[in-house]
Design a protein around this ligand. Sequence first.
Ligand code: NAP
Length: 437
Amino acid sequence: MTTLSTIPSQLNVGLMGLGVVGTGVASILLNKQESLAGVTGRPVNLKKVLVRDLTRPRVIDLPDDLLTTNAEDILADPDIHILVEVMGGVDPAESYMKQGLAAGKHVVTANKEVMAKSGPELLALARKNEASLLFEASVGGGIPIVGCLMNELAANDVISIRGIINGTTNYILTAMAQHGTSFQQALGEAQSHGYAEADPTNDIEGIDAAYKLTILASLAYRSRFQPDDVYREGISKLEPQDFQYAQELGFAIKSLAIANLEEGAVQLRVYPALLPTEHMLAKVDGVYNAVEIDGSLCGQVLFHGMGAGREPTTSAVVGDLIEAARKMGAQHASPLYINEGTTNVPVRSIDDLESRYYIRLAVADRPGVLAKIAKVLGDGQISIASVLQKDVHPETESAELVITTHPAKEAPVQKALQAIAGLEEVRRVSNTLRIEE
Ligand SMILES: NC(=O)c1ccc[n+]([C@@H]2O[C@H](COP(=O)([O-])OP(=O)(O)OC[C@H]3O[C@@H](n4cnc5c(N)ncnc54)[C@H](OP(=O)(O)O)[C@@H]3O)[C@@H](O)[C@H]2O)c1
């Protein structure tokens, strides 16, 4: 634990991980020493770097004695004041963070999974040990959203958060919208450009976005949420026609992460949705991220920028490192950012969502089909806003119907969709998407 009387004349950093992000951080620590000393008030020295494989070729030249495969070289060194965890994964990253905090080291992390699952415990440990735990890079890469929710926007009651917080899915959806490509083609392209991993599940199924939304919502509502509280749908069911019809109706399709407070409960959801093309978030393309916060005092604030990649993420990690360095010796515990107990703001079920819907159906090309579908919807108190009839396929005698609804409750809509799928004239309920206003 650092006290005023023990503020070191030089700050030593232990870096855990030398991959995409770690290399960027190491490069700044080695090449920007003067500027770092200027903003932190003392020299900042990279003392040890933990990796898995010492023989792996590195894109950065480091002094030979800097690399280690032994975490104890960082954790057990009392002269290392700040631990930067950019290894990823839960095990052993979380345990190293805990050991670092328990030893009074300040910890900076980019690890969304650990922060989403165990952030409150880690923050409690940081408070207990009068250490900082900073995690700006865990959401939105170079976009300063975490710090803003903790500090600059903290006076607000947050009404809603809406964001595009996964660059890989946004890249895929942009390619599908702009080039009419299939999901598989767009995913292959994202992989060949290095935007998607060999196993893209976490991105395309919304798991990564759910981790990030959990972190943002926990900060915004000062409550404890878990990734499992997030209702989640992936993007793999989208087809090129959805983008074409959405465009005809005046909408873009984006994978959105949404948290909103209604009647004292928070609803958390990640899914592809239709957004009016003139909406700011509809214009966020490619690997870019954006987050819109609606606050009781600040109104709507939009953050936009590069949500991943070496340099943007390094910007967030080194920014946190500077903050931790500046706080050293301040002799106060970390503020309470999240309620560290169990959830105190209830989570609202997706069944209670009220939304407009886009429904695409393959139906028999016969008179009276639309009337039957309209009756099922009407029975569920769901009123139709518009209907497009598309692509009659003579060989299968089927047509495509695209229906948009006025606002309706999720549970009756799902029930009506089941009934519609059971109609003899309906070949397939091809897709159902929610429409965000
Ligand atoms: N990449 C991005 O754009 C980005 C953006 C925002 C947040 N993040 C987060 O930043 C973190 C790091 O991501 P990354 O893309 O930099 O990962 P990465 O390229 O895979 O690098 C991981 C590094 O950690 C080391 N490592 C992993 N497990 C280890 C272990 N058990 N013991 C010792 N060293 C270990 C690896 O060592 P070797 O090199 O020897 O294999 C490697 O240097 C993750 O939490 C990620 O979610 C990344």
